[in-house]
Design a protein around this ligand. Structure first.
Ligand code: PHE
Length: 457
């Protein structure tokens, strides 16, 4: 079947290129912006433990499943699901799973781009020396000013969307691969530097304790769902991003090893971000649970007071923008690949259409911080509602069905052949994890939020 073919969209030039691209997709605002603030909102250590368990027990097996399905199907997730279903003799309804992913990708990118826009605005602030010598309060009000301005946010959101679509338009090798080559190492080095700064704040141990000392009385059903949802979000799982990247993967590469490396790198970056940020929070008497503004209200304090902080501030926010860009391109790639396959249009045209729709939707997020801040759906503003719907519901649900598809619908001989683990026991363990453990875990967490079990409620 299709497994010896190449994708019509092209192929990665090497295993390393795939690792870079998939890591580029995984490492993004989720690690540096979202992980610290949701950890702060959910009480620290216990939340971190649940998140780590979800990455290991649910995330890695599903990442293997998605990559494997993509490589075997060789098309956009929607069409990959169609052809894999045909191959396995499953029900045609499975391709709706591809649609769920495409829609989730749109929704996520629409607000992702606004937050990436904040990071772009901060590059300029760092460049003009706005942080130097400012107090924590002054830095906080700098952030509130940005949030209060629809005009500034729209400006940056527009630039980020144009940049994203420009990269995607250039295709697999020309665009995606080139963009991520120098990012990851740079980001890593700067994070280490911030960790070193955090050690000098006097609240280093307090920060570590907050992150790593679990207090299970802090854990609620809602925070368990958030931790699980974040495991999907941060690893780019449950919506076809990794599946579509898998479809550009040459045949002779070990999927399992690669997935473990990617998940490991992603987790490391998130933890480093937490280790850098919480000591700054505590040493400045800030609120760990202050929400989406957390990194924008803390890191500039570090840049404003450390030697060479001006330069590091610029570099940090530039890298953050690039990390966001390398994730953003994977959020929209499933939709673009599908458009090219289905309508037989040029990549460029597909990008213009998809980019515009996403941009428009993003305006809802821009307004949710100002004009529409009191328009709420179930008590959440537009941005919060989108974030909840995608990260906490759509990605875990998508992941649940992807796991079931890989474990129960695909024939064992096909997945075995594609994974080529060289070891039957390992294969059986993986198949058990995706067939039963991952789906059951997602299901139980969902039920628990509905109050069915009352664990951690
Ligand atoms: N993993 C990305 C991040 O952590 C976000 C993302 C989610 C990208 C889903 C693709 C798909 O920032």
């Amino acid at each position: 079947m299709a497994d010896t073919n190449q994708s019509i969209h092209g192929e990665w030039s090497s295993r390393f290129a795939f690792i870079l691209a998939a890591t580029g997709s995984a490492v993004g605002l989720g690690n540096i912006w979202k992980f610290p603030y949701i950890t702060g909102e959910n009480g620290g250590g216990a939340f971190v433990i649940v998140y780590l368990i979800c990455v290991a027990a649910i995330g890695i097996p599903i990442m293997i499943a998605e990559t494997m399905m993509g490589r075997r199907g060789r098309q956009s997730p929607i069409n990959t699901l169609k052809s894999l279903t045909e191959e396995a003799g499953g029900h045609t309804h499975w391709h709706y799973l591809g649609w769920l992913g495409v829609i989730a990708g749109f929704l996520i990118l629409s607000y992702y781009s606004v937050i990436a826009g904040w990071s772009m605005a901060y590059v300029i602030k760092a460049f003009t020396g706005s942080f130097s010598g400012e107090s924590a309060t002054q830095i906080s009000s700098m952030f509130s000013d940005l949030q209060a301005s629809p005009l500034q946010q729209t400006f940056w959101h527009t630039i980020f969307m144009v940049a994203t679509m420009a990269v995607v338009a250039r295709g697999v090798k020309g665009g995606l691969e080139k963009a991520v080559r120098f990012l990851m190492p740079g980001l890593f080095i700067l994070l280490m530097l911030l960790v070193a700064y955090a050690m000098t704040t006097g609240a280093y141990l307090q920060g570590l304790e907050f992150l790593f000392k679990p207090d299970f009385s802090e854990l609620t059903a809602a925070s368990v769902l958030t931790a699980m949802g974040h495991a999907f979000f941060t690893l780019s799982l449950g919506m076809g991003a990794i599946m579509v990247y898998g479809s550009y993967l040459p045949k002779n590469i070990s999927i399992a090893k690669t997935a473990i490396m990617i998940a490991g790198a992603d987790t490391l970056v998130a933890l480093l971000a937490g280790i850098a940020i919480f000591p700054i929070v505590f040493s400045n008497g800030l609120e760990a649970g202050s929400g989406p503004g957390l990194i924008f209200e803390t890191l500039p304090i570090a840049f404003g007071s450390m030697t060479g902080g001006g330069l590091f501030g610029i570099l940090f926010f530039v890298l953050l923008v690039f990390a966001a860009l390398s994730s953003a391109i994977s959020l929209i790639e499933p939709a673009v690949a599908w458009c090219v396959e289905h309508y037989e249009v040029e990549r460029k045209q597909a990008c213009i259409g998809m980019g515009f729709v996403t941009w428009l939707l993003g305006m809802g997020t821009v307004f949710s911080f100002n004009e529409w801040s009191d328009v709420t759906i179930f008590g959440a503003n537009f941005f919060e509602a989108l974030d909840y719907l995608t990260a906490n519901l759509m990605l875990p649900l998508g992941g649940l069905f992807i796991a079931l598809f890989a474990g129960r619908i695909m024939l064992a001989k096909d997945s075995k052949d594609e994974l080529d683990l060289g070891n039957d026991t390992l294969f059986d363990v993986w198949r058990f994890l995706v067939s039963y453990v991952a789906p059951a875990a997602v299901f139980i967490v969902f039920l628990n939020v509905l109050g069915v079990f009352g664990i951690f409620s």
